[in-house]
Design a protein around this ligand. Structure first.
Ligand code: GAL
Length: 780
């Protein structure tokens, strides 16, 4: 009594009463203040959206039934130059964590500081690579010092703001390293020692919440090793005292330039989650819950796209990705309702054969059950405790009271939203933009071959340019005398290159360019060229499109023109090779337009932002490859010239609303690298066009147009309707009441409506004993 009174008193003295939360674990579950928890979490990376978007994204996470938001910390973004830090704008980690706290959610802080994440260089600053004697992710003193310096600084910053749960803040878990177990074999004994060092170093930081190490099955105590993957139900932590935790449930996947839009079905994500909790899971995190955008040069690589949509429950722009968002929300609600039985119950299983099992969680107060059918093709009908249940192939049914099925992962009772793009409807906005242009000033490099530094060697691009730009010029002047054996032959330039994209010039003439095929970044480029007797200027432009972010020793994967470079002379069978590799090479990082900050200039003919509040995209179809800025804000690399055939014609890039001026003075600046036609460039908004649902009876259907009113009901039928969204048709049985009329009455004109899918509502339908469904298509 005395103690709590004292605590209360000192709490009253400080302006905000923050009570420390004890986060621990007991083999079965993560416990918060002594209670075992079912924890659902989702990854949202703060730099992949804007500060203005954070509250809404996090709120949607909470409404989607999440307990926690998880993020990595991005070292190279925060320490772009050694010991010079940046936490401004969307790098304001503390503000992001406080936004999580304001929403009453927990946070999971994955410091890394190696993060992978399809982030440039996996989050490592390139200056780190360029330090003498440096070796990453092993027992290298220089590396360990820098890693410890950054990690300590982040922990101190977070502690200062009292953001760890142990201090009354939201953060319940912290992570050190990232999936080192996947590559540890390549580091030998040093790798094992490094992981021990990571554990000790993290522990010494005394954060007061558990530390996790994902994919680390030799995680030293008290580190908790966790699982990453599409399915983690088979995962068992190395230590019997570690609860079963899943840090990355991949909701989709990332996209590569030239690749398809990734898709993972809603049913499969839900199946994986339900299965994980059927088999004793305690913490599950979606990677990603909101993927967002790789603005500027943050995309990893090579060839990770600007969009990091990930087919996540919240799309790139923050819209609900339905039915994924809603189907998972319902699952979260069911799991949370069973928290007690799941975390305290005695577990028993019943095997029905053919990969069907029921799991019973039993406490003195009650029981909860799962029936899992892991057979990929055959549906099951089983008798469980006297009742028949239909369990579709590859699905899990959840029976919170072990009697009534309230959820099945394969039965979606949530609307599907079809997103549509609309033209910019701002008043007096001409349909085409007015352009002015300036060429990149490259005479000096092309004709004089003059850079900033010279070396008698071909260097890795990272070493020369510190990754300050995608662009690095390699230039040399070759004197070819007429008596040179190569002279007079059919001459060509041969370049052994690891440049992701290469442009070659001889004496100011563009002789060709090359785009490396994904995965084949070591290639030989050879092109005929005209040389003069006397001095010849060879100018090569190497372009990186995101530095690698994954794999053992990925930091040493070469970038740029590593050589050798030859002039080749051919005459019949005779081939003369002139090696230029040890010539004097002159280097210049970057392009003058970037240096002169052309991107922040204002256009003489500005345009108006699209009206309303829906997300904005700019369609860059017709352009080649480059970078785009809106009012000086870098929205990332664009590359419509490298579209997957399958994608059709989409080349939209996210323009966060906060980058736009509502007063009508907006400038779009493009740096175009290979040439293109900007006449089709236009701005659009993205919103819900129509919504569809196909819901089983005894469920409640929620229809919503995301804040817009529902304008009409195009189709509705209760019975056994067929077809899909956009092509629904009535089936062979239909209820007596006019379903379309009922829905029109209850939904049209409203932003959302809730419909009880039952015979009571729609009247009787004789469908021969089969479960009835309501199919609806509504126009927003
Ligand atoms: C994991 C990694 C994540 C991310 C993911 C793929 O291996 O930990 O950071 O890269 O793969 O999206």
């Amino acid at each position: 009594m005395m103690i709590s009174l004292k605590f209360l008193l000192c709490c009253l003295l400080v302006s905000s009463c923050a009570y420390a939360t004890i986060v621990s674990h007991d083999g079965r579950a993560i416990t918060i203040d002594g209670h075992r928890r079912v924890l659902l979490s989702g990854s949202i990376h703060y730099p992949r959206s804007t500060t203005e978007m954070w509250p809404d994204l996090i709120k949607k996470g909470k409404e989607g039934g999440l307990d926690a938001i998880e993020t990595y910390v991005f070292w190279n973004a925060h320490e772009p130059t050694r010991r010079q830090y940046d936490f401004s704008g969307n790098l304001d980690l503390i503000r992001f964590l406080k936004t999580i706290q304001d929403e009453g959610m927990y946070g999971v802080l994955r410091i890394g500081p190696y993060v992978c994440a399809e982030w440039n260089y996996g989050g490592f600053p390139v200056w780190l690579h360029n330090m003498p004697g440096m070796e990453f992710r092993t027992t290298n003193t220089a590396f360990m010092n820098e890693m410890q310096n950054f990690t300590t600084m982040i922990v101190e910053m977070v502690k200062k703001e009292k953001l760890f749960a142990s201090q009354g803040g939201p953060i319940i878990l912290a992570q050190i390293e990232n999936e080192y177990g996947n590559v540890i074999g390549s580091y030998g004994e040093a790798g094992k020692a490094y992981i021990k060092w990571c554990a000790n170093m993290a522990n010494s930081l005394d954060v007061g919440v558990p530390w996790i190490m994902c994919q680390q099955d030799d995680a030293p105590q008290p580190m908790l090793n966790t699982c990453n993957g599409y399915y983690c139900d088979n995962f068992t932590p190395n230590n019997p005292n570690t609860p079963k935790m899943w840090t990355e449930n991949w909701t989709g996947w990332y996209k590569n330039w030239g690749g398809k839009d990734p898709h993972r079905t809603t049913e499969d994500v839900a199946f994986a989650v339900a299965r994980f909790f059927q088999r004793g899971g305690t913490f599950q995190n979606y990677y990603m819950y909101h993927g967002g955008t790789n603005f500027d040069r943050t995309a990893g690589g090579p060839y990770i796209t600007t969009t990091y949509d990930y087919d996540a429950p919240l799309d790139e722009f923050g819209n609900l990705n339905q039915p994924k968002y809603g189907h998972l929300k319902q699952l979260h609600d069911v799991l949370h309702a069973m928290e007690k039985t799941l975390t305290y119950g005695n577990i028993s299983t019943v095997d029905f054969g053919n990969l069907v099992t029921a799991t019973v969680y039993k406490t003195e107060e009650g029981s909860s059950c799962f029936i899992g059918n892991v057979n990929e093709t055959s549906d099951a009908k089983i008798n469980f405790q006297g009742t028949f249940y239909d369990v579709p192939a590859w699905s899990v049914s959840i029976l919170p009271d072990c009697k009534t099925e309230t959820y099945n992962t394969a039965k979606i009772n949530t609307q599907t939203s079809v997103m549509v793009k609309k033209a910019n409807e701002a008043e007096n906005e001409p349909s085409t933009l007015k352009w002015s242009w300036r060429p990149e000033n490259i005479d000096n490099v092309l004709l004089k071959g003059k850079g900033e530094s010279t070396m008698r060697q071909l260097f890795d691009q990272k070493v020369v340019s510190n990754d300050e730009s995608d662009y690095l010029w390699y230039m040399t002047t070759v004197n070819i005398k007429e008596q040179d054996p190569v002279w007079g032959k059919n001459m060509s330039l041969r370049i052994n290159s690891t440049a992701h994209v290469l442009h070659a010039f001889v004496n100011g003439q563009h002789i060709g360019n090359y785009r490396a095929e994904n995965g084949k970044f070591h290639y030989v480029f050879e092109q005929d060229a005209k040389f003069n007797p006397g001095a010849n200027v060879i100018t090569l432009l190497s372009i990186t499109v995101g530095l690698p972010n994954y794999g053992a020793f990925f930091e040493n994967v070469p970038a740029g023109i590593t050589g050798p470079v030859f002039i080749i002379g051919r005459n019949g069978d005779e081939t003369i090779v002139k090696d230029l590799s040890t010539h004097k090479w002159s280097y210049k990082t970057g392009l003058s337009g970037f240096e002169n900050q052309l991107f922040s200039s204002e256009s003489p003919s500005t345009w108006s932002a699209p009206l309303g509040s829906e997300p904005v995209v700019v369609d860059l179809l017709g352009l080649g490859k480059g970078t785009a800025w809106i009012n000086g804000n870098n929205i990332g690399r664009y590359w419509p010239a490298f579209l997957a055939d399958i994608d059709g014609c989409s080349a939209e890039y996210h323009v966060p609303r906060s980058f736009l001026n509502s007063d009508g003075d907006n400038t779009l600046v493009l740096f175009e690298e290979i040439g293109g036609n900007p006449s089709l460039v236009n701005f659009q908004t993205i919103g819900v066009g129509n919504v569809c649902a196909n819901v089983y009876e005894k469920n409640v259907l929620e229809l919503s147009c995301n804040g817009k009113p529902i304008s009409s009901i195009k189709f509705a039928s209760f019975g056994n309707p067929g077809g899909n969204c956009g092509s629904f048709e009535k089936g062979t049985c239909e209820a007596s009441n006019d379903a379309a009329a009922i829905l029109t009455q209850e939904c049209v004109g409203k932003e959302k409506c809730s419909i009880d899918v039952s015979e009571k509502k729609f009247g009787a339908a004789d469908c021969g004993g089969l479960a009835k469904r309501l199919a609806v298509e509504a126009i927003c």
